[in-house]
Design a protein around this ligand. Structure first.
Ligand code: DQA
Length: 149
């Protein structure tokens, strides 16, 4: 089983950006944490981060036929990007939306998520552990699908 873990704009600034909201852990530490958890779960992961909307779309399209699940934190593109929503719909890969912060308790403009309509689940406000929970959720779901085949 292969999972794509995608992070959008400013998530490379973890540890520096607004630590009161996003914590002190760096992006590199997050990647290491994800890779360690992938080993524990017995899955392969590809971690990617970009500040560019089109590159997120490219990554999602490239996952078609290659990846079994996607964990995505689109950052601010969550609240603006129909292109990312369409990409997830186009590939039809089970996708979990993750936010480090509790977006539902923040500004009004963070209350809209375009991508949510194409996701099997959304995890918010669990810090970086949310990524690990999303991986577990996909493994449970995809494992179940495999067993049913
Ligand atoms: C975020 C929440 C978004 O509103 C924000 O633009 C981010 C990070 C989160 O992980 O909590 O960049 O997706």
């Amino acid at each position: 089983m292969k999972l794509l873990i995608l992070n959008g704009p400013n998530l490379n600034m973890l540890g520096i950006r607004e630590p009161g909201i996003y914590g002190v852990e760096t992006y590199q530490t997050l990647v290491e944490k994800i890779e360690r958890h992938a080993k524990e779960l017995g899955v392969e992961v590809r971690c990617a981060q970009t500040n560019h909307e089109g590159v997120l779309v490219d990554e999602i399209q490239a996952a078609y036929g290659v990846m079994d699940g996607i964990v995505i934190n689109p950052g601010a593109y969550t609240h603006t990007s129909i292109a990312i929503l369409d990409a997830v719909k186009a590939v039809g890969i089970p996708t979990v939306e993750v936010h480090i912060s509790a977006v539902e308790k923040r500004e009004d403009f963070r209350q809209v998520s375009y991508i949510r309509a194409a996701c099997v689940a959304t995890i918010t406000g669990h810090g970086t552990d949310g990524y690990l929970e999303a991986m577990e959720l996909l493994v449970a779901r995809l494992g179940g699908e495999e067993a049913a085949r």
